[in-house]
Design a protein around this ligand. Structure first.
Ligand code: TLP
Length: 345
């Protein structure tokens, strides 16, 4: 069956244009810096984000981990959101592989960390304390609804970081969605940060890959750590070729996904038993709960929807997250709403 797949924007398959570019990509050994397609992608990424240099990495998780390993020493502490992907969904890599300690502070409903909470979490110089080294933000903030953080907020956090000699890293897996939703250049969102990771393999529709962006010095160290982690990828221009199309063509169309997320939310809102989160969707994610009057829980509904050709991600016993992306068109939105109407019965 040709499923409508709303489980994530990570499910996006490469477009025909990407597949052709991948087949024809000029390649070389990227560990020797010999792959012209990777070199081009990295230069483009650095330019788009507004930093000196970039590094192609296999995943967002590895990009974030490398950033943390560059910024921090063993025993150092990182201030980050208690609902952040790095804290919750990256297998504890910072602790397991870096000896780095997370200092989680509550994510507010709007995805931010309260400035006072950040300030209160910065360790004072004391022989008993770990050394606070880094603050991490996530933009868009996934679990808070795919909510975008503003450039102004990011600047405020960066000011705190500078004043306390800390670095600022952005997990910008969906930074281009944040930029599209706010009609700002992605550079504005990235400017206050020392390092930024963004993903090609989500809304930008590449099959694999993320980029870590920062100063030349930061990226030189990151390249070393990528190798240490086994992330040196040889003739990886075959994948970078898709990434170039992501940057050139996919970044400018993300607004369509946001409009379709709104249409999806509007359709679902009409159905009794669907309780949309306040404000959803901010970008390409629709978050909602299923009311107690519905006799099916989210896992059961997932199965019922699958039988109707729609794949969704249950995010708890009575909770869902649906994500729009390149392969979700208007017809898919309509079919999804109709499938929910049927499955809820
Ligand atoms: N997010 C995935 C799942 O892991 C939850 C998704 O479907 O949303 N940062 C953020 C904010 C992310 O949402 C993700 C992936 C990552 C980092 C990690 O990227 P990958 O999957 O490339 O390691």
């Amino acid at each position: 069956m040709d499923y409508i797949d709303l489980r994530s924007d990570t499910v996006t398959k490469p477009t025909a244009e990407m597949r052709a570019a991948m087949a024809e990509a000029e390649v070389g050994d990227d560990v020797f810096r010999d792959d012209p397609t990777v070199n081009k992608l990295e230069a483009m990424a650095a330019e788009r984000i507004g930093k000196e240099a970039a590094l192609f990495v296999p995943s967002g998780t590895m990009g974030n981990l490398i950033a943390l390993l560059v910024h921090c020493q063993r025993g150092d502490e990182v201030i980050l959101g208690n609902k952040s992907h790095i804290y919750l969904n990256e297998a504890g890599g910072m602790s397991a592989l870096g000896g780095i300690q997370p200092c989680p502070v509550p994510n507010q409903k709007d995805g931010t960390l309260a400035l006072d909470d950040i300030l209160a979490s910065i360790r004072t110089e004391d022989v008993h304390h770990p050394i606070t080294r880094l603050i991490c933000l996530e933009n868009t903030q996934n679990i808070c609804g795919g909510v975008p953080l503003t450039a102004e907020y990011t600047r405020q956090v960066a000011e705190i970081a500078r004043a306390h000699n800390l670095a600022l890293h952005i997990d910008g897996a969906r930074l281009f969605n944040a930029a599209a939703a706010q009609h700002v250049d992605v550079k504005e969102l990235a400017a206050p940060a020392d390092s930024v990771m963004f993903c090609l393999s989500k809304g930008l529709a590449s099959p694999i890959g993320s980029l870590l962006v920062g100063t030349e010095k930061f990226i030189a160290r990151a390249r070393h750590i990528r190798k240490m982690l086994g992330g040196g990828m040889r003739q990886v221009g075959v994948i970078a070729a898709a990434g170039i199309i992501s940057l050139e063509k996919m970044t400018v169309r993300l607004g369509e996904d946001h409009i379709r997320a709104k249409k999806l939310a509007d359709g679902l809102r009409q159905l009794p038993g669907i309780l949309l989160d306040e404000g959803t969707p901010y970008t390409n994610m629709v978050y909602f709960n299923i009311g107690e009057e519905i006799r099916w829980n989210a896992w059961e509904l997932t199965e019922r929807l699958k039988a109707l050709g729609v794949l969704v991600d249950a995010d708890g016993l009575r909770r869902f997250r649906l994500v729009t992306h390149y392969w979700i068109d208007d017809a898919a939105v309509e079919k999804t709403v109709a499938a929910f109407a049927q499955a809820l019965k």
